[in-house]
Write a protein that binds this ligand. Structure first.
Ligand SMILES: Nc1nc2c(ncn2[C@@H]2O[C@H](COP(=O)(O)OP(=O)(O)OP(=O)(O)O)[C@@H](O)[C@H]2O)c(=O)[nH]1
Ligand SMILES: [Mg+2]
Length: 323
């Protein structure tokens, strides 16, 4: 098992023991397939934060496929359910960033022919979901891939946000661009991108606030940050990641929709998956937004942000036919 997949499995221990055990209890080998089985499975999925609509549609599909496959006992449904969940959650998706400039490629930030090469990742979400932690962890990953990240602290709401970001930046040996609390987040973003280009950094990670001083909505402020990034670097932001707290359950769905409408999300990060026994929120959010879950947070350490592997996740929850 690849290291990331192993960490994912370890991080899902609570979900496997709660949500997963519930599913596996219903889908036991040799149990005949009948209406009560589907009812129990529906209850289990809904209780696990999968949401009513998604649960209904997943189970309709399961029923159809079970009919086609001539499945006769609940054990066989496990394989079909793993298949359906894996398909719906989609293949693993890494960050889609423009390639790092090769050595000697001319001025940093611009490749030959003047095509901008600085990659920009914007990280958004309501307060406390794990944005700052995610930015640090992404920087750590990117460093491991040989990239040269720079962190921009565009959360000017809290003074502590800058201190927190400084601690991470120091630990990672990275530059941090920040302004005084209360200043304009879009101006910090502007400086951040300029600094990255000037200093030869090839990825800018923009951390943002979950709350604001001003009465303008958070989303409006984030749109402004986004506009500045888009103006400064062609194609930016290349990734706009919404960070969702996995322990908050379906309350996050409505927020997620608002962020998606305003900011065109390219990926979801679900943090604190190690802290929930209800693993279904991953499915609910993926289905509601149609945006891939790119990473999940599974602990407190720097390398506890792992690429989301849908099949491994589904397998951890549902188990195998024979088990
Ligand atoms: N157990 C666990 N804790 C996490 C994970 N990700 C983040 N946290 C914790 O969640 C808390 C909040 O994380 P932050 O990164 O500060 O969240 P934020 O979204 O930047 O918060 P604001 O800036 O206040 O909006 C911290 O204590 C993190 O250590 C995770 O995957 N698992
Ligand atoms: Mg923060």
């Amino acid at each position: 098992m690849a290291r990331g997949t192993r960490r994912l499995a370890e991080g899902l221990t609570r979900a496997r023991a709660g949500f997963g055990a519930g599913i596996r209890r219903v889908l036991t080998r040799n149990r005949p397939i009948d209406a009560s089985l589907y009812e129990e499975l529906a209850d289990t999925l809904i209780l696990g934060d999968t949401g009513v609509a998604v649960t209904t549609s997943v189970l309709d599909e399961l029923q159809t496929r079970a009919g086609l496959a001539g499945a006769t006992d609940a054990g066989a449904l496990r394989e079909l359910l793993v298949e359906i969940l894996s398909e719906r959650l989609g293949p693993a998706e890494e960050l889609r960033l423009p390639p790092a400039p090769a050595a000697g490629d001319g001025p940093p930030g611009h490749a030959q022919g003047d095509a901008p090469r600085t990659a920009v990742v914007m990280v958004v979400g309501v307060n406390g979901t794990g944005k700052t932690t995610t930015v640090a962890r992404l920087a750590h990953r990117l460093l491991g891939e040989g990239r040269k990240p720079l962190i921009v602290q565009a959360d000017t709401f809290r003074a502590a946000a800058t201190e927190q970001a400084l601690v991470w930046a120091q630990r990672l040996g990275l530059d941090l661009v920040h302004h005084r609390p209360g200043s304009d987040p879009a101006a910090v973003a502007f400086d951040g991108v300029r600094a990255a280009v000037a200093r030869g950094r090839d990825v800018v990670l923009v951390d943002t606030a979950g709350r604001l001083h001003t009465k303008t909505g958070l989303v409006e402020e984030l749109r402004k940050v986004r506009r500045v990034l888009a103006r400064e670097v062609e194609g930016a932001p290349h990734e706009t990641l919404l960070v969702i707290d996995g322990t908050a359950g379906l309350n996050s769905l409505e927020q997620a929709r608002v962020f998606d409408e305003a900011l065109d999300l390219t990926g979801i990060v679900i943090t604190k998956m190690d802290g929930t026994a209800r693993g279904g929120v991953v499915i609910a959010i993926r289905e509601a937004l149609g945006v891939p879950v790119k990473f999940v947070g599974v602990g407190e350490r720097l390398d506890d942000l792992v690429p989301f592997d849908a099949e491994a996740y589904a397998r951890e929850m549902v188990g195998s036919a024979g088990a």
